[in-house]
Design a protein around this ligand. Structure first.
Ligand code: PGA
Length: 261
């Protein structure tokens, strides 16, 4: 796992956007895995800016989102359909028919989940999966106790996640209790992973994911099993890392490192 620590949220978001641009420059028809939440907002803003000012092209891109709340219509302001449209898709040129977001309103979850997995495969698999991390260490909505080989499925949200996400809803009771989410196994099949985290409230989860044991109790720790995972942090989120000096040292020495590709 590569750990890249930036001073601010903006710097972290710009560095993460460069990774997405690198993929698109080598593979214009890349399949991107998208995430929602407050973390990737800066990354999406930067990608939108690059599209507008530098011609970063999404016309051949396909996207698959990680998760969606159950019971919210796509037009609900807190649905992830709405979030993605408002914060990203309406500002760039991903063709509508290439956008996949789990349905929060299907009446047959098992068959929808199987279809979603199948579509990912038919599109050639995900080239780069963008990820956030929950304060309980989850990736997507793979809450503590999830299998590290899990696939797309219906999941009951942890109380901690409901608390964390209550800030986006008028009332705590309005936060959905169920979600549909890609599994940890689904995520680990992406060719590259890009996890971003910022803020002090993520410091524990970040340290557990990067430096703790690989465990279903902190599903982000499964990234340790992936050969091409990069983690971009701001300095608050890096606050509890024991090996921080080493990660900074690696970054400092990177320009002089021997190239092997
Ligand atoms: P956040 O959510 O970006 O809103 O903090 C992250 C997550 O729960 O994965």
């Amino acid at each position: 796992m590569e750990v890249i620590i930036k001073a601010t949220y903006e710097d972290m978001s710009r560095a993460a956007a460069q990774e997405v641009a690198r993929i698109l420059n080598t593979k214009p028809n890349a399949v991107l895995g998208m995430a929602t939440g407050s973390t990737p907002l800066g990354l999406y803003r930067e990608l939108v800016r690059m599209h507008r000012d530098e011609g970063l092209d999404f016309s051949q891109v396909t996207t698959f989102n990680l998760d969606e709340y159950v019971g919210l219509r796509p037009s609900h302001p807190q649905s992830y359909h709405f979030f993605m449209h408002e914060n990203f898709f309406k500002h760039v040129n991903v063709p509508k028919q290439n956008i996949y977001i789990p349905s929060g309103s299907t009446n047959n979850y098992p068959s929808f989940c199987a279809w979603y997995e199948q579509r990912i495969e038919e599109c050639g698999g995900i080239d780069l999966q963008i990820l956030g991390i929950g304060s309980d260490g989850h990736v997507a909505f793979n809450e503590p106790g999830s299998s590290l080989t899990s696939r797309t499925r219906l999941k009951t949200l942890a109380r901690q996640t409901i608390e964390d996400n209550a800030r986006f809803f008028e009332r705590r009771e309005d936060v959905p209790i169920y979600a549909i989410t890609m599994g940890v196994g689904t995520i680990l099949e992406a060719r590259e992973l890009l996890l971003c985290a910022n803020g002090k409230n993520k410091a524990w989860a970040v340290a557990a994911a990067i430096e703790g044991p690989v465990t279903g109790m902190v599903t982000a720790s499964a990234l340790q099993m992936h050969p091409h995972a990069k983690v971009f942090l701001d300095s608050d989120a890096a606050g509890e890392l024991k090996m921080r000096a080493y990660y900074d040292w690696i970054e400092e020495r990177r320009p002089g490192a021997p190239r092997y590709n």
